[in-house]
Write a protein of this length. Structure first.
Lengths: 208, 181
């Protein structure tokens, strides 16, 4: 009886977006948000000098890799038969590498830098990264809702990580405070918090 | 039929269904229901009763229908179906853990039948010892001899509402005593 009813309800359908189509949508969306932010946020003063710096290039490469890995993980996690452990590990390694590089390249005395880092002006990086994640993540979660993720929470975390990573990439071109304390407080922690928030929200939103 | 042949057959039916072929879709779901049921029985083992398996199977079929677009045609079909079935089974298992009071009637009956027969903790004599002679007489007339309230009221020279109230109180007192111990 149920099978007959389901068959009666049948209409031709299109499968979920292919990987290139998903990436195209994500690029367009990211460029849009990237552009809006770049319009009113001035480039860092030393941008022309730093753009040729190998540390800067490597860090940006890692941010791009993190954004791509998490976007790919989000795509793959939307199919019920796919595991996400490998992507979680890769994202974790990239994140750890970025933290390690921030310590290696921009080491400062935490005690000296702590008070200056508590100002609103310095904290704007965290706010911008969070806003970026808050703006873009819902679109990615809506896209993932069409899928059937095995772990809804992980899909949400990947969605937030994708958008927050793009936000961090943007901050690389804008923020000229690059000591390790600043990077941890106002770049890495907001990114981690946004990913955790994505995990919690998606657990409810992406249930199927 | 080997697993590969079965997979090919199912894929073919699925791809035809994608174009809106109702007959193919019906056969696809029929075939799915057979092996999903077997899979659910294997997952549940002896802890899930037949009725729950049937309910679960229906849920899996509905989910397959709702999420049919999540299958990627370049990948194997069977793991996708099993993943959906497994997801629904885990949901079912979690909900049962959250609401331990919700057991199906089959399971409840089976559990009761499997309980060893034991002697009641209180004999009738022990219970009746809590009552006055008039209460004992009233209880014997109504609960043991099976008289109606009207007949018992006539025998005891009481009004019918008074008998009803008295019996209700007696049962309450006895229940309280037994539960307390």
């Amino acid at each position: 009886m149920l099978i007959k009813n389901l068959a009666k309800d049948l209409a031709p359908w299109r499968p979920i977006d292919s990987l290139p189509k998903f990436f195209l949508k994500w690029f367009i969306m990211s460029f849009f948000f990237f552009g809006i932010n770049a319009l009113w946020m001035p480039l860092r003063l030393d941008f022309h000098a730093v753009v040729y710096d190998s540390h800067f290039i490597i860090e940006n490469f890692l941010w791009v890799a993190l954004a791509f890995t998490s976007a790919f993980a989000l795509y793959e996690s939307s199919f019920p038969q796919n595991e996400t452990k490998t992507y979680s590990v890769i994202s974790g390694i990239l994140f750890a590498l970025l933290i390690a590089l921030s310590f290696k390249n921009h080491q400062v005395s935490f005690a000296e830098q702590f008070m200056p880092e508590m100002s609103i002006w310095r904290g704007r990086c965290g706010i911008i990264i969070s806003i970026f994640a808050i703006l873009e993540t819902p679109f990615l979660v809506i896209w993932a809702k069409r899928g059937a993720p095995r772990s809804a929470g992980m899909s949400g975390a990947f969605a937030a990580l994708t958008s927050a990573s793009v936000g961090c990439l943007l901050m690389q071109a804008i923020c000229d405070h690059h000591n390790s304390l600043h990077l941890i407080l106002w770049h890495f922690i907001p990114l981690a918090l946004m990913s955790f928030a994505g995990f919690l929200v998606a657990k409810k939103v992406l249930r199927w | 039929m080997s697993t590969e042949d079965f997979e090919t057959k199912l894929r073919q039916l699925y791809l035809e269904s994608m174009k809106g072929d109702t007959a193919s879709y019906e056969i696809f779901l029929e075939l799915c229901s057979v092996f999903i049921k077997r899979y659910l029985m294997k997952l549940g083992g002896k802890y899930v009763d037949t009725q729950s398996i049937e309910d679960l199977l229906q849920e899996v079929l509905i989910t397959l229908h709702e999420k049919k677009h999540t299958y990627q045609s370049d990948r194997p079909l069977l793991p996708w179906i099993y993943a959906i079935a497994r997801h629904r089974y885990i949901d079912f298992y979690r909900s049962r853990k959250r609401k331990p009071g919700m057991v199906s009637i089959d399971a409840e009956i089976e559990q009761r039948l499997s309980l060893p027969e034991t002697e009641p903790e209180h004999s009738i004599e022990e219970v009746m010892a809590f009552l006055t002679p008039k209460q004992k007489e009233m209880l014997m007339l109504i609960k043991v001899e099976g008289q109606s309230y009207v007949e018992a009221a006539k025998t005891l020279s009481m009004s019918v509402p008074a008998v009803k109230v008295a019996v209700h109180r007696i049962v309450k007192v006895l229940k309280g005593k037994v539960d307390h111990e």
